[in-house]
Design a protein around this ligand. Sequence first.
Ligand code: PXP
Length: 245
Amino acid sequence: MTVRLSVNVDHVATIREARKTNEPDPVTAALLAQMAMADGITVHLRSDRRHINERDLQIIKSTIIIPVTLEMAATDEMVNIALGQRPHVITLVPERPEEITTEGGLDVKTNFDNLGSQVEKLRQAGIKVCIFVNPDLEQIGESKRLGADMVEINTGIWADAPDKNKRWEIERIQKAIDYAVQVGLKATAGHGITYHNVSEILKIKGLYEMSIGHTIISRSVYVGIQQAVKEMKELIIAGVKAQIS
Ligand code: PXP
């Protein structure tokens, strides 16, 4: 059993959008990541289109053969795009217009009715639904009640935590993943995972997939995207081996 790696190529598009031109192209990055044996590609379509746009999503979806995950807010606009493009997985995330990146997990409990109707539309179209949540058992239970297939546990709180809190935060993530698996949800993890901290995340058991973006695209500036993906894959394989030995 390994842990799958879905490579988020958003920040290739961030560089393109810095000049509003046509390079670098996240589609090329996705193809190269696939060649380097990424297990999936993730893109986040934001309402302000600050990086990925519909054209990127459409070409990635029609050319990439590994599963494509679309991260998006649970709005009618995004759900309509998702129904048209039919990615393999939709990860529903909260979105605040001025945020630099996703700031935390969805509050499924408070937004249950709206999320429920959007999840229903996506699942009826045969799209798997993942909910991005903090490592909070109540939110995971509500995600299951919502009809989700998967949860992505937010690792950002752990990644940003001071050293003295890291152990406690990782235990919270482990408990969250155990609970997700127990109620029948696939458990993925993402946000703030880097080459330097990934081995800690890989001590966690029960993880199906990790979604990693910024650190891989950053490294690819120096070593190229295929090498950057390969190095992350090697760390994952080593981490999984260490877990079972
Ligand atoms: N998961 C979610 C829900 C995200 O919003 C992001 C950032 O777009 C990631 C994972 C990837 O995080 P990072 O870029 O820190 O690897």
